[in-house]
Design a protein around this ligand. Structure first.
Ligand code: SAH
Length: 344
């Protein structure tokens, strides 16, 4: 196993059979070894610096019905909200003062967030804070919408493919959604010029090791600038309420595999990982992640953006908790980097 890990470290890739072996037979010792290798690669490119992104959850209204997601259309038990442009700009202002130079606008797939409204919001942020990066995470849209968002000044787009296996994709999503359309979106985003992020949930219902190998191969070919992976966590008002959460060790293994295959990628230690265990964020960084995305949403709305149960949004997960985050990063030998942190 160590020699497979050495090979991945040296060559940045492994044949599918070896990836399968790595996923199926990795012991605690092997995990510590690959995490260390991944850290070494991260350090070579980024030093001990961790980029921060201010996450603004612009609304939880969603016409989609993804089976894993707590804000899916069929969930009648949550209070829906939609931030106004003024509120979002106020979040950006506060974030800018705290030192954030990337804003991530994430939300449900809201038909009322028309192209015109999104464009107006993006232009307003672009004009007010020209030195910031604007990242969108607004789900699937027609090609023309992505083009408009890019022209209005957005720079980056996060859209996880969730799984590269069409049958598994169909198990996680409602009829009408397809892997083919998700890939169409990702190809559009990249061609238009967005720094593009994709990724998966680890341990989503029905996921097999074969699926994970397919995901690794897809990401290896697509070469996204950003790779988002976190454990699946159940939400009590979804069809997956009784499904077990994703596994910490498997998530950390995948983080390290992605780091070794994509040395310069921007890889967040996700909120889901921080929710799975109190030291999840730190363990993600020690496995090769180099980004954290503290929550800049108005504190009154944070609990309504419940993608899964017990989602962390306070303390070191909160934008106003930057000092605490810095302290926790320092305790493992890292420090916050307040620059824009573009892919280079
Ligand atoms: N609607 C947009 C953005 C919001 S969801 C979109 O779908 O892209 C952002 C990410 O949260 C999703 O890509 C998914 O991978 C993750 N997510 C959703 N529900 C989750 C759950 N129950 N557990 C863990 N991650 C989840």
């Amino acid at each position: 196993m160590k020699s497979l890990i050495e090979q991945l470290y040296r060559e940045g890739t492994l044949p599918p059979g070896d990836l399968y072996t790595l996923l199926s037979k990795c012991t605690a010792d092997d995990l510590a070894f690959i995490n260390e290798k991944a850290r070494e690669v991260t350090f070579r490119h980024f030093g001990n610096r961790i980029f921060i992104r201010g996450l603004i959850e612009v609304g939880n209204c969603c016409h989609n019905d993804c089976l894993y997601c707590g804000i899916r259309r069929s969930n009648r038990n949550i209070e829906r909200y939609r931030l106004s442009q003024e509120t979002i700009l106020a979040c950006c202002r506060e974030g800018y003062e705290l030192g954030f130079r990337t804003f991530v606008l994430q939300g449900g797939e809201d038909t009322r967030l028309t192209d015109e409204r999104a464009e107006s919001l993006i232009s307003a942020i672009r004009n007010s804070w020209p030195d910031t990066a604007i990242t969108l995470s607004l789900g699937e849209r027609p090609t023309g919408s992505y083009e408009r968002f890019f022209r209005a000044g957005a720079n980056r787009y996060l859209l996880r493919h969730e799984t590269h296996n069409a049958a598994h994709y169909a198990r996680l999503h409602p009829a009408g959604m397809s892997l083919a359309n998700r890939l169409r979106c990702l190809n559009d985003l990249k061609r238009i010029g967005f720094q593009t992020g994709t990724g998966i949930m680890v341990g989503s219902p029905g996921q097999t090791l074969e699926h994970l190998v397919e995901d690794i191969l897809f990401i290896g070919e697509f070469r996204p600038q950003m790779i988002g992976i976190g454990p699946f966590l159940p939400h009590h008002d979804t069809p997956f309420a009784a499904c077990p959460p994703g596994n910490m060790e498997q998530t950390l293994l995948l983080l390290s595999i992605f780091r070794l295959m994509h040395p310069r990628a921007l890889i967040p230690s996700t909120t889901a990982l921080a929710t799975l265990a109190p030291d999840g964020r730190e363990r993600g960084i020690l496995a090769g992640a180099n980004v954290v995305m503290p929550n800049l949403s108005p504190s009154g709305e944070r609990s309504k953006y419940a993608l899964y149960d017990n989602k962390a949004s306070m303390g070191a997960e909160a934008a106003e908790g930057l000092a605490l985050l810095d302290q926790r990063l320092k305790s493992i030998g890292y420090a916050i980097d307040k620059s824009r942190g573009d892919y280079k």
